[in-house]
Ligand binder design. Structure first.
Ligand code: ARG
Length: 251
């Protein structure tokens, strides 16, 4: 009798353990920098936008819970490379330099570096900014591709000055307050910032066209493969196009 009881008890405990296991999924931590609408921005106490929504859909498909950390843009690559975060989604451009440090997923969006100026600016095109003797001051978000390109094409080339800001919003505010001549930033956040502030416009000419992807620690190939498989399914079934369309309605 005692033995039967013991067996029953063990069985009950085992079943409970199984149930607990099935309920608590492993959590993946995604890091981002939420000053980049419509890809990521803060609403109330939530980080919302295209990247958080794609991440949530991909994690659900892979069977993980998702936690989002909002931090400085210039700490994202080193943080994910060192294993502090499982992945990064931040409108992050795929570049050869970054590929030395992290692994990228397949790309899920395109970005274009554009220039924001005030309505009556003497700057009318990218060429004006890059001209010999132009001598303008352009603002960028620190460590972004806009910053990297502007440093080499403008400041290091002796054609002007580059000012680095902790986020895109502060760069735009510096233009609004007349401290700088223009801002180099990705086109979708540029549209959001121009819509939110009076007296600004986006120049017609494009500076650089880029691809966005999620990134992971370099050796985390298993997660990159799972992520890509989920991304592919969610693109084919219309989930990801619908998320993008929700934030960037086709004109
Ligand atoms: N696409 C640019 C880059 O990768 C800018 C990204 C900025 N993203 C952000 N969440 N603040 O460098």
């Amino acid at each position: 009798m005692k033995k039967i009881l013991a067996v029953a008890l063990t069985l009950a405990l085992t079943l409970t353990a199984f149930a607990a296991c099935a309920e608590s999924k492993e959590t993946l931590t995604m890091a981002t920098n939420a000053s980049f609408p419509p890809y990521e921005y803060v609403e109330g106490d939530q980080v919302v936008g295209i990247d958080p929504e794609i991440a949530a859909a991909v994690c659900e498909k892979m069977g993980y819970d998702l936690e989002i950390v909002d931090t400085e843009f210039d700490s994202l690559i080193s943080g994910v490379a060192s294993g502090k975060y499982d992945f990064v989604m931040a409108g992050m451009t795929v570049t050869e330099e970054r590929k030395q440090m992290v692994s990228f997923s397949n790309t899920y969006a395109t970005g274009v570096q554009v220039i924001i100026v005030n309505d009556d600016s003497p700057i009318t095109s990218v060429d004006d900014l890059l001209a010999d003797g132009a001598n303008y001051t352009v603002g960028t978000q620190n460590a972004t591709t806009g910053y990297i390109y502007a440093m080499s094409d403008i400041e290091d080339a002796g054609k002007g000055t580059v000012a680095a800001f902790p986020n895109g919003n502060e760069a735009v505010m510096a233009r609004v307050n007349g401290k700088i001549d223009g801002v180099i930033i990705d086109n979708e956040p540029a549209k959001a910032y121009v819509a939110a502030n009076e007296g600004l416009k986006i120049l017609d000419s494009t500076y650089v066209v880029e691809d966005y992807a999620a990134c992971f620690a370099k050796d985390n190939t298993e997660l990159v493969e799972k992520f890509n498989a989920a991304l592919e399914e969610l693109t084919a079934d219309g989930t990801i196009p619908a998320i993008i369309e929700k934030y960037i309605p086709a004109e």
